[in-house]
Design a protein around this ligand. Structure first.
Ligand SMILES: [Zn+2]
Length: 165
């Protein structure tokens, strides 16, 4: 798994430049999303009361405000519907070009489309209609304090990548 690219940090952790979520269960109510990613599963939340599926995952249903939600799996493969390559205005943690895709997860998916960053994707190679798949990678770990003890919290994040032909 590739490490996130943060120029000039050379592997050191900087809290002020940290763009990744704090994922530890003590600090994050959707920590299960990240635990599922570690197992290669792409998940989101579904309301047990009204059935509304929300993406990204929520802690409260945006439809009926219930907090009785369950985790459901989304497809880990889809098709690129729109591809955008950004060279300017790219956040500091990304190496340009930043490639984003609007991804069609298919008719049977509870969430039809998602927007995702693309990785392992050489510039100007991804075309509309190309197959893409979930890619989970490590991002910089960070220290958290729990009961006066400092521990290092490992983290992962996700993007999508082209399916090799
Ligand atoms: Zn609901």
């Amino acid at each position: 798994m590739a490490k996130a690219w943060i120029p000039f940090l050379e592997g050191r952790y900087s809290p002020t430049l940290d763009v990744w979520p704090i994922e530890a269960k003590e600090f994050n109510r959707i920590h299960e999303f990240y635990e599922n990613l570690r197992e290669g599963k792409f998940t989101t939340t579904k309301c047990k009361k009204c059935g509304r599926v929300a993406y990204p995952p929520r802690v409260i249903c945006p439809e009926c405000y219930s907090d009785d939600l369950e985790w459901i799996e989304l497809p880990t493969k889809g098709k690129a519907a729109v591809v955008v390559e950004k060279w300017g205005g790219v956040p500091i943690c990304y190496k340009p070009p930043l490639i984003d895709a609007w991804i069609d997860l298919g008719e049977d998916s509870p969430v039809r489309h998602i927007l995702s960053r693309m990785v392992n994707c050489p510039t100007e190679t991804l075309k509309e209609g190309d197959e893409v798949q979930l890619a989970v990678f490590d991002v910089p770990a960070h220290p958290i304090e729990l009961k006066r003890e400092t521990k290092i919290a490992e983290r992962v994040f996700f993007a999508f990548e082209p399916v090799k032909k």
